[in-house]
Design a protein around this ligand. Sequence first.
Ligand SMILES: [Zn+2]
Length: 89
Amino acid sequence: MVTIILHCPYCGSERLVKYGITPNGKQPYRCRACGRQHRAHPGSNAYSETARETILRAYQERSSLRGLTRTFGVSRNTVSAWLKKKALS
Ligand SMILES: [Zn+2]
């Protein structure tokens, strides 16, 4: 059996509690340290934080969405959404 220690993606705390279940069968967690909710296992179509950073960095270097989609197989819509999010934050 494999024990996965989950960390809160926002504050890094391990004090996560299961928090109901989403309509699509995912198990959300709530962090007891900062009170934010997140899903422990994002869908297979979601990119990890690391992958996203890598792709966004590549975008800043080459400034070509089309090249990115070819290199990483990521959809242009996804990258656009990340860029919009990044611009807001
Ligand atoms: Zn937290």
